[in-house]
Design a protein around this ligand. Structure first.
Ligand code: SAM
Length: 282
């Protein structure tokens, strides 16, 4: 398998006149061992259709193509989106027909913009938008069964945090609506060009059914957002404008079997589903 190393990454960037921007979180992987590891930990199979967000110069794409049926790569940068099929045709002609590049913003992409419904998300996500991109894809693509993403280490910790931990919060709860989430290993800074000033981490997601509830996902997420907008307050206080009054918040909490004096960081997503379901209707 031919992969991109530091020499190839720099040569490609120079050819395209690309100066990696922070705005688009452009840190390209220059280490073959890292992309092989990502593909291995992703546990993709030859039946999988992988969606890769932000393929960049193709470091991870080249490692992914031999292992899956298809790769749909969504890239916002037009120069990178145009170059990727050319790079793959040159470096891995045998698997080039497995690749489709979609030039789009992953935050806005819809299922209809994709040529086929993906089963696995495998990506080194743009760090500035990693959580919203992840949640957007889990929402619009129920076909996604699993995911392995590289994100900033701190974000990896937040996504995989359990109730009661200091870093547990909105990303942990919203991701838990869709999937079992766990950390899948650390990644250092030197595997990138340019090297970012933060460490990275791998996160594994395995889709599961959301908690059973008569509330909609939006209603549950609204309760989560309200609870964490004032995370130091008791839920009775934090949820008062969400419920209408503090008394109404207390009623919803008691009916949901949650102590009104509890704080959001102690609860799991199923608790928030029950709270949302018991919000007094006016
Ligand atoms: N996957 C490549 C690698 O491992 O070398 C590049 C990863 S780099 C961290 C993030 C990539 O996401 C860049 O190619 C950047 O242009 C792209 N990107 C940034 N924002 C995006 C968005 N909203 N939608 C799609 N791609 C985006």
């Amino acid at each position: 398998m031919s992969l991109l190393g530091p020499v190839e990454v720099r040569a490609l960037a120079e050819k395209l006149g690309i100066r990696p921007t922070k705005k688009l979180g452009q840190n390209f992987v220059i280490d073959g061992g890292t992309v092989r590891r990502i593909v291995r930990v992703a546990e993709v199979t030859p039946d999988d259709v992988a969606i890769e967000i932000g393929p960049g110069l193709g470091s991870l794409t080249l490692a992914l193509l031999p292992e899956v049926a298809q790769v749909v790569a969504v890239e916002i940068d037009p120069a990178l989106a145009t170059q990727l099929p050319l790079t793959v045709a040159q470096m891995d002609p045998e698997h080039a027909d497995r690749l489709t590049v979609v030039h789009a913003d992953a935050l806005k992409v819809g299922a209809d913009d994709l040529p086929v419904l993906p089963t696995a998300l495998v990506a080194n996500l743009p760090y500035n938008v990693s959580v919203p991109v992840l949640l957007h894809l889990l929402e619009i693509l129920p076909s996604l069964r699993r995911g392995l993403v590289m994100v900033q280490a701190e974000v990896a910790d937040r996504l995989a945090a359990a109730p009661g931990s200091r870093i547990y919060g909105v990303p942990s709860l919203k991701a838990a609506w869709y999937a079992d989430v766990r950390r899948a290993g650390p990644v250092g800074r030197n595997v990138f060009w340019p090297a970012p000033n933060v460490d990275s981490g791998l996160v594994s997601l395995v889709r599961r059914e959301p908690p059973e509830t008569s509330a909609t996902r939006r209603e549950v997420f609204a309760a989560v957002d309200a609870a964490f907008a004032q995370r130091r307050k008791t839920l009775r206080a934090a949820l008062s404008s969400w419920a209408g009054t503090a008394a109404a918040a207390e009623e919803a909490l008691v009916r949901a079997g949650v102590a009104p004096s509890a704080r959001g960081e102690q609860l799991g997503i199923a608790d928030f589903a029950r709270i949302a379901e018991n919000r007094p209707r006016r």
